[in-house]
Design a protein around this ligand. Structure first.
Ligand SMILES: [Zn+2]
Ligand SMILES: [Zn+2]
Length: 376
């Protein structure tokens, strides 16, 4: 028996249909007949970047995950340009996103469960009144208490209309090409920004690799990261959602993390949260270990591999023991910092022990990587 679909949400469906039709037909037609000037394109690119970063640095990493704190001017800038991205209010968006993290892939509870197919997770979930998509907001009490976010939530529709008409019109007045600006900075910009965000719910849950966890469908994908202002490192993000970075290596394309970090140098953002290096290594090793075990089980019992397997298990255990010691000493250090200086000598000893353990952990980590490469 096929499941009956919930009713269509007319206003959302109409909004997506109209913006798509104008973009697909109106933009190429106008370009063919009248052409677009360089400054019209430049404004569009500016708004694409401002909306994109408003969503990733604002809606996602600041408000949904609280992965850093931002000063009022930064909050205001992020709020204005993310409102223009037409993705509903911060409160509704962040509440749905927190539910996505909490119940990821659950067909009944995750609002954009990738397990329900590409179309559903990309855009389908917004077109019908699915029970899983109804925001409850009880997981967004912190945001409900913020007066700016309350205001944006209450007046979302007029604010979205105002920014979507106002900015392209203003750009058009500057360039002298009102229609071209409405088409590029209005329609094409909005459609691009929509699908860039939607890719994170659809493509980033099915295309790429899983270096940190196999507990859900989230993937790391460098190509997607280029398209999505750094959000393509979604496998890392699902395990360490409180980290302000998504691409953690310095060379991984994550302009959102660079923006947040650069703003912290001038005091405009603070308390940037990061997962510890060893928590990340522990996740990678646990995964590597279980993959190696799985590979060995599939390959059958080979006598030649048996000693390697035993060594791998022993090394893994030693690494985990050292890591647990490191974690408890870290906790001790935080406790001591509170009482501080009279126990200065104790503090110094703890520092030394941490340093020794960190060197050992790095060596063990390298050994385990080499060993697993030999087994694979
Ligand atoms: Zn996700
Ligand atoms: Zn997230």
């Amino acid at each position: 028996m096929t499941e009956k679909s919930p009713p269509l949400l007319l206003s959302t469906t109409l909004m997506f249909t109209i913006t798509t039709v104008v973009t697909v037909i109106g933009v190429p037609w106008y370009g063919w007949v009248h052409g677009f000037a360089g400054n019209d394109l430049a404004f569009m690119l500016f708004f694409i970047a401002a909306n994109g970063l408003g969503i990733t640095a604002g809606y996602h990493r600041l408000w949904a995950h609280r992965s850093y704190e931002a000063s009022k001017p930064v909050q205001l800038g992020l709020l204005i340009f993310s409102t223009m991205a037409v993705q509903n209010s911060v409160i509704t968006w962040a509440s749905g996103h927190r539910t996505h993290h909490r119940h990821v892939d659950d067909r009944d509870l995750d609002p954009y469960a990738a397990t329900r197919g590409f179309w559903f997770s990309h855009i389908g979930w917004m077109l019908r009144n699915y029970p899983s998509g109804t925001p409850h907001l009880d997981n967004a009490r912190d945001l409900l208490n913020d007066p700016w976010l309350q205001f944006q939530h209450r007046f979302y529709l007029p604010l979205a209309l105002l920014t979507n008409l106002g900015f392209p019109l203003a750009a058009g007045c500057i360039t002298g090409h009102i229609v071209a600006s409405l088409l590029l900075s209005g329609f094409l910009r909005l459609v691009i920004c929509h699908h860039v965000t939607f890719f994170i719910n659809s493509l980033a849950h099915r295309w790429g690799h899983q270096p940190y966890t196999e507990q859900n469908t989230a993937r790391d994908n460098a190509i997607l990261a280029w398209l999505t202002w750094g959000e393509g490192y979604h496998n890392f993000h699902h395990l360490f959602q409180y980290d302000y970075r998504n691409g953690i290596k310095w060379w991984q394309w994550d302009p959102t993390k660079w923006l947040i970090l650069a703003l912290s140098w001038v005091g405009l953002t603070r308390n940037l949260k990061r997962a510890s290096e060893f928590a990340i290594q522990r996740a990678q090793l646990t995964l590597l270990f279980s993959r190696t075990e799985r590979g060995l089980a599939q390959a059958g019992m080979s006598a030649a591999l048996e000693p390697l397997k035993l060594r791998m298990a022993a090394e893994y255990e030693t690494f985990m023991a050292a890591l647990n010691e490191w974690t408890s000493i870290q906790e001790e250090r935080y406790r001591i910092t509170k009482h501080e200086l009279q126990q200065h000598w104790e503090h110094t000893q703890i520092h030394q022990r941490l340093g020794e353990l960190e060197t050992r952990l790095r060596e063990q980590y390298k050994r385990l990587l080499l060993l697993s490469a030999r087994i694979a």
